[in-house]
Design a protein around this ligand. Structure first.
Ligand code: AL6
Ligand code: ZN
Length: 260
C-alpha cells in the first residue's frame, strides 16, 4: 500500500489554525471605501527622512523579495500623519499577482492593483528592538504604495535587475546605496487605519498608511518579480513566486481616515 502525504503549504484561509489572531478585530489588508473614509483635517502630511538611509541587502525569504536597511539609529525615518513620533525604516518588500492578474493586498472599492509595495518602519522611541515593536499595538508603521501597470518606471530597474541574484528562497545578496524615495509617487495623500501584519505572525501592530496615488511600472518590470520562486535551490520543485497577497479582511467597525 502506498500512502502519499501531500504537504501543501496552506494559504491565508488556513492561517487561523496556527495564528488565531487571523480572526482578530484589526486584521489587514482591507478594502478601502474612499467615500466612507473620514477626512481628518488634523491629519498632517507624511514626512519621509530617507536621505541618509543605508540599504544593506536584498533577499528572497520564501514569501517575497525584501530589501533590508540599517536601523541602529534614526538615519531613515517616517513621521507626521497619524504617527506620534518617528518610526525607523527596517525593510521594504512587494506583493504581486500572476500574469495579467492583480496582486495588491489593499483594494479600493473592490478594485485591486497589480502589486503593492510595503515600507516597514518600527517605533524605536518606545521599543528597544524591532521584534518587540512588531508585536505591540503601536509598534509598526507600514507605508503601502500601489503599483499600476503602464509606462516603465525609471528607477525600478535597480531592483528588478537584481532579482536574478535572489531567485531561490534563502538567497541574499549585497544591495547598497538604494534609496526607496525614488519609488514614491508625486503625491503622498493617504488613507490610514489600525491593522496588522498581512502574513504570519499577523501581529495587530501596524498603523497602516496607504498612499492614494499608485506608482506606474511596466508589465515587463512586473514580470521580473515572477521569475523568483518560493522554493529553495536544493528543492526539486520550482514553484513560481506569484499571488503572494492576502485578500481583504473584515473591517469590524474600524474607521479609515483620509489625509484629504
Ligand atoms: C517578531 O515579529 C517579527 C519578526 C521578524 C519579521 C516579522 N515580520 C513578519 C511578517 C511581516 C508582514 C508584513 S506586511 N506585509 O504586513 O508589511 S511586515 C512583516 S515583518 O514585520 O517583517 C515579524
Ligand atoms: Zn507586505
Amino acid at each position: 500500500m502506498v500512502i502519499i502525504l501531500e504537504m501543501k503549504t496552506e494559504g491565508p484561509s488556513a492561517w487561523n489554525k496556527n495564528y488565531p489572531v487571523a480572526d482578530g478585530d484589526r486584521q489587514s489588508p482591507i478594502d478601502i471605501l474612499p467615500h466612507q473614509a473620514r477626512h481628518d483635517p488634523n491629519l498632517g502630511p507624511i514626512v519621509l527622512n530617507y536621505d541618509r538611509c543605508t540599504s544593506i541587502n536584498i533577499a528572497n525569504n520564501g514569501h517575497s523579495v525584501v530589501v533590508e536597511f540599517e536601523d541602529s539609529d534614526d538615519r531613515s525615518v517616517i513621521q507626521g500623519g497619524p504617527l506620534d513620533n518617528p518610526y525607523r525604516l527596517k525593510q521594504f518588500h512587494f506583493h504581486w499577482g500572476g500574469k495579467g492578474c492583480h496582486g495588491s493586498e489593499h483594494t479600493v472599492e473592490g478594485n485591486s492593483y497589480a502589486s503593492e509595495l510595503h515600507l516597514v518602519h518600527w517605533n524605536a522611541v518606545k521599543f528597544k528592538t524591532f521584534g518587540e515593536a512588531a508585536s505591540a499595538p503601536d509598534g509598526l508603521a507600514v507605508l503601502g504604495i500601489f503599483l499600476e501597470t503602464g509606462d516603465e518606471h525609471r528607477w525600478l530597474h535597480m531592483i528588478t535587475d537584481a532579482l536574478y541574484t535572489v531567485k531561490f528562497k534563502g538567497s541574499v545578496t549585497d544591495f547598497k546605496g538604494f534609496n526607496p524615495k525614488c519609488l514614491l509617487p508625486s503625491s503622498l495623500h493617504y488613507w490610514t487605519y489600525l491593522g496588522s501584519l498581512t502574513t504570519p505572525p499577523l501581529h495587530e501592530s501596524v498603523t497602516w498608511i496607504v498612499v492614494k496615488e499608485p506608482m506606474i511600472v511596466s508589465e515587463k518590470q512586473l514580470g521580473k518579480f515572477r521569475t523568483l520562486v518560493f522554493t529553495g535551490e536544493e528543492e526539486d520543485e520550482r514553484t513560481r513566486m506569484e499571488n503572494n497577497f492576502r485578500p481583504p479582511q473584515l473591517l469590524k467597525g474600524r474607521t479609515v481616515r483620509s489625509s484629504n
